[in-house]
Each structure stands twice: as structure tokens, then as C-alpha cells.
Design a protein around this ligand. Structure first.
Ligand code: G4P
Length: 538
């Protein structure tokens, strides 16, 4: 490789950070995203992101939007520059559009920001997404939002993360009061207090007032009881809290914690500055050729998500590729590991908010959108140079199950074709009852929206009207020790045995309690919430 190219890639990697936000609906993800982008000057007007999110809220609106605009709006990568660093925010869809895509996006992220509403603490969707981060061992940054409103006790919030997620915490800043009495945060990095001014910086990058801990003016600026409380809290954190350890942060074992208020743009810059210092830059990835360093000169990447266009007039599909190594250039020709075909990557798209500009070059840590004429499937690797394949993207445990019925037998062929293609694309998981007399496919999804998308697309793209019949199960576990053990055990109460697309046994339980009970009664059953990777996704 020429030294020039090697320096170019090295510089690009050093100056790049990518992350995804994991949160529960309403924690403030859209608001925080918008404020982060303000710092990068990527959007000029607060509200641009917000508008998108609220339009997205109702499913029917979302579909109408997809049709109207003819492009994908559910999946975007927002890029912005901050302090000479290019930051890629991989947008995980929230709200009702929670689906496997949300999980898969985390497979492409190098860092995660766990955003919590400080009045609520850990919420279900955040917990689920956290599990994926834990599996990948990526750094997790915690931001407690809405400090301008009454919140839970900060120490209790930390304790919840430690106890329930088993994640150590290190508060980088610490709040002074909450709600009506929120007066600012203390930054443990610089030992400065940043004073909160209500409503001062809603729409612009904030310049807040800082004061050092020993400054005599503190007595005037802070309520005395809050000042004493702060001193007490800090002593406690210094004495009993975890020590700062960057290696532990990088291993996903310790989370740096921040407090702020995205709506009033308070604490966002403090967070961003620390994030840049602590976040992992694009790193090594496991492949069939061993660990690939981003500086490896050949271009390689993998597909982590496919997005189909809802508009029948523009039936293109976009494959989202995470660049892992080397340099991507427009019009380059690459090999497609699964099929062995050669593909020319023309018309690559840069995915920024609502405009899809064209991208000429991209580096490790970037995401590009490729028009997908049916070649790409989730988990596929593309490469130049020596053949390699990246570790697949696992199937995540579905929580909603429904028979998909085709009431019109003359449409059987289209029905079958549509279901197969949507499965291959990763729009939904398909399972079948182990009872051979029940042959209708079972849709298995993590969010209701996936069912709607499947039905909508079967109708619009394959001309098949379908019905769904919800099944009363909410927990799925793959049986790692195969069919024999199930034959041995015999009938299990309140569970259904199904097979996934590769004929592997999966048990469906009514609820978590049933699952625990069965596991307790049959300890030799090896059950997993995540499908084994070996058979691949397709
Ligand atoms: P999401 O994308 O995670 O679902 O959350 P979003 O940003 O849409 O925020 C959810 C609600 O929480 C919004 O109120 C938003 O204004 C509010 N919010 C976000 N950050 C803060 C904060 O730091 N402090 C306070 N007090 N509120 C915050 P909404 O009433 O649903 O919408 P809107 O009428 O404000 O637009």
C-alpha cells in the first residue's frame, strides 16, 4: 500500500467516532440528537429532527410518508463534525417502529449512549438494547436527561445501573439539585461547576457559566443546602464510587455518567467533549481471516440492515454497509462473499437526515447506503483483496408471534415468494409449527410494526392480502441441544414447539415466568435467547 493511502486511512480512523443511542421512547432521544447536531453545525435549525420523529409516531403516517417521499426515513445515519472529529450517529428507530433493525444497528456501532429519563430510570426498551451492547462489549455512556424536572435520587439511579445491569458507574459530572431547584452540574474532570440557566439555550449551542469549586461566589450562586449536599455527594463518590478506568470503559464494564437537560441544551456539550475523549475509534472486527484492523488497506464491510422502499413506483432496496477496513470509493468493484459474485458499487448514498447525497469516499466507522438489487442480505460481507467474511449478525429473540394466513389459495405462489423474500431480507423471522398439520408460517417479531410492514408489503409488492392471528406467547428460546432432548422430555405445559427457518427447535413460552419454570424443571435443556450463528442468517 502506498504510504499516502495508509496515512489517509490512519488519519480518517483517528478522527472518527461512531455511536448509537439506546433509550426508551420519550426519554428525549430526538431532542438530544438535535442538540448534538447543533454543535456540529450539521443542522441549522432545531426542530428539523423533531419534525421527523413526530411524523413517525403513528404507523399509518409513517407508511404514508414512506410512500410520499419515496425514500427511507426510518433509517438514517447522521454525520457531524465536532472539534475536527467526524461523528457518525447511527439512528436506531424508536417508538412503535421498534424492530430487529434497532438491534442490528447496534452491530454496526462502536459506542452506545444509554439515554435515560432521570425521573424514570431504566425502562424496558433500554434494558433490551443494553443486552446487545453487553454482548458486543462496546463502551456505554449514560446520559440522565430531564434534570430540569423532578427526578429520582441520582445515587439511586446509579445504583439501579450497577445492580440491575451489572455495570459499574463513574459519574463524570454530578447534578446540583433537580427539577425547580436544578442549579447545574459539577464536572469532576475540571472541578468546575456549570450553572444552569433555565431556558437560556434551547435553540443554540450553549455557553454556560462556570465557576470553580473553591470560588467564594459559590455561596451566593448556589442554595446553601444544595452546596453542602454536593460536597457530601462528592465525598461519597470519591470514597465509595468506582475509580475512573478508561480500559474498563472501553470493555463496556464501566459507564461514564452524565446529567443534563437536552431540552434546555444543558450538559450536552460537557457530554460531547468527554465522549470524544473516551469513546472508541473504529476498531478491529472478527472475521474468517482473524481480527481485521481498520487500517488493513483493502476495503471491507458488512451489511447490517436492509431497507425496502415502500413506494411501489420506486421499488429499490437500500443495503446499509458498515465500512470496516480500508477506503471505500464510488464505483469500486467488490466481491460479495456469500455468492462469490462481483458487484460494482455505483450510486452509493450517504445517509444524512432527509437528504441522501451521494458519497464519493468513506472510511472505517462510516456507513454507506447501497442500492440493493436483490444481491445483499443481512450479515453479508463485501471486500476487495483476499476473501473474508465478518462474523454474522445474530437473530434476536422475538416477542410477538402470529400465524400469517393467506385466505386466497390461488395466490399461494406469490404468498410463498413474498414470505421467503421478506425473510431473506430480514424484515421478519419466520417459524413453523412442529405440528406438520399446521403449515401456515408464523411471523416472529420484536415489534408490532414488523407485522404491519410484512402485510403492507405482501399486498403492495406481491398482490397478496393476508390475515394475522396473534399467538399467546411472548418469550422464545432456541433449544441448543436439538430435537432429541425435546422428544425425551415430552409435552411441556403452556409452551409451543416451533422450528425456525433452518429446522432448529425453538420453544415459545407464554411469559418469562413460564420460561423460568420450564428451565427450572428441566435443567438439561440448554436454552438461548439468541439464535446460534452457525447457520447464518440466510
Ligand atoms: P424520544 O425521541 O426519545 O421519544 O423523545 P423526544 O426527544 O421526542 O422527547 C420526548 C418528550 O420529552 C418531548 O416532550 C420533549 O420535549 C421532552 N424532553 C426531552 N428532553 C427534555 C428535557 O431535558 N427536559 C424536559 N423537561 N423535557 C424534555 P413532548 O411534550 O412529547 O413534545 P414537545 O411538545 O415538547 O415537542
Amino acid at each position: 500500500m502506498s504510504t499516502d493511502l495508509s496515512t489517509e486511512i490512519q488519519n480518517a480512523v483517528d478522527g472518527r467516532r461512531n455511536f448509537a443511542i439506546i433509550s426508551h421512547p420519550d426519554a428525549g432521544k430526538t431532542t438530544l440528537t438535535e442538540k448534538l447536531l447543533l454543535y456540529g453545525g450539521a443542522i441549522h435549525e432545531a426542530g428539523a429532527v423533531k419534525a421527523r420523529a413526530s411524523q413517525r409516531r403513528a404507523t399509518s403516517d409513517w407508511m404514508a410518508m414512506e410512500q410520499q417521499r419515496g425514500i427511507s426515513i426510518t433509517s438514517t445515519v447522521l454525520q457531524f463534525e465536532y472539534q475536527d472529529c467526524q461523528i457518525n450517529l447511527l439512528d436506531t428507530p424508536g417508538h412503535q417502529d421498534f424492530s430487529e433493525d434497532t438491534y442490528r444497528t447496534l452491530a454496526a456501532a462502536d459506542n452506545a449512549v444509554m439515554l435515560e429519563d432521570a425521573a424514570k430510570g431504566l425502562e424496558p426498551q433500554t434494558r433490551k438494547l443494553f443486552e446487545v451492547c453487553r454482548m458486543r462489549k462496546i463502551p456505554i455512556f449514560t446520559f440522565f436527561n430531564k434534570m430540569d424536572r423532578p427526578t429520582r435520587e441520582p445515587l439511586e439511579l446509579l445504583d439501579e445501573i450497577e445492580q440491575e445491569l451489572g455495570l459499574k458507574t463513574y459519574p463524570v459530572n454530578w447534578p446540583i439539585g433537580t427539577g425547580d431547584r436544578f442549579q447545574g452540574v459539577y464536572d469532576r474532570r475540571t472541578q468546575e461547576i456549570h450553572l444552569f440557566e433555565r431556558n437560556a439555550h434551547g435553540k443554540q449551542a450553549a455557553k454556560d457559566t462556570m465557576i470553580r469549586l473553591g470560588d467564594p461566589r459559590i455561596e451566593e450562586l448556589l442554595d446553601q443546602d444544595l452546596y453542602y449536599q454536593l460536597k457530601e455527594d462528592l465525598e461519597l463518590l470519591d470514597g465509595l464510587g468506582s475509580e475512573f478506568d478508561l480500559d474498563e470503559i472501553h470493555a463496556g464494564e464501566l459507564t461514564p455518567v452524565f446529567f443534563g437537560s437536552a431540552m434546555t441544551n444543558f450538559g450536552v456539550q460537557l457530554f460531547l467533549d468527554a465522549f470524544l475523549d473516551y469513546a472508541l475509534k473504529p476498531g478491529d472486527r472478527k472475521s474468517t481471516q482473524g481480527l481485521m484492523s481498520p487500517e488493513y488497506p483493502e476495503f471491507t464491510g458488512f451489511v447490517f440492515k436492509l431497507q425496502a422502499n415502500m413506494d411501489p413506483k420506486h421499488r429499490d432496496r437500500v443495503a446499509f454497509v458498515r465500512v470496516c477496513t480500508g477506503k471505500f470509493e464510488k464505483d469500486m468493484t467488490v466481491s460479495h462473499a456469500r455468492t462469490g459474485k462481483t458487484v460494482r458499487l455505483s450510486r452509493p448514498q450517504k445517509l444524512f437526515a432527509q437528504d441522501r447525497g451521494s458519497v464519493d469516499v468513506a472510511y472505517p466507522g462510516d456507513v454507506i447506503g447501497l442500492n440493493n438489487p436483490g444481491v445483499f442480505a443481512i450479515g453479508d460481507t463485501i471486500y476487495t483483496g483476499k476473501k473474508l467474511e465478518y462474523e454474522g449478525i445474530p437473530c434476536f429473540s422475538p416477542e410477538l408471534f402470529a400465524y400469517l394466513r393467506n385466505p386466497n389459495p390461488s395466490k399461494f405462489k406469490q404468498f410463498h415468494k413474498g414470505v421467503t423474500q421478506l425473510r431473506e431480507e430480514g424484515a421478519v423471522q419466520i417459524m413453523y409449527s412442529s405440528d406438520e398439520s399446521k403449515r401456515d408460517p408464523i411471523l416472529a417479531a420484536v415489534g408490532q410494526l414488523q407485522f404491519e410492514v410484512v402485510q403492507f408489503r405482501l399486498l403492495n409488492e406481491y398482490g397478496v392480502e393476508t390475515r394475522t392471528e396473534l399467538l399467546p406467547y411472548s418469550v422464545a428460546r432456541w433449544v441448543l441441544n436439538g430435537w432429541e432432548i425435546l422428544d425425551k422430555i415430552g409435552r411441556l405445559f403452556n409452551t409451543m414447539t416451533v422450528k425456525d427457518n433452518w429446522d432448529r427447535p425453538v420453544l415459545l413460552f407464554k411469559n418469562e415466568w413460564n420460561f423460568q419454570q420450564v428451565q427450572g424443571d428441566h435443567q438439561d435443556l440448554r436454552l438461548s435467547a439468541i439464535a446460534p450463528l452457525s447457520s447464518g442468517m440466510n
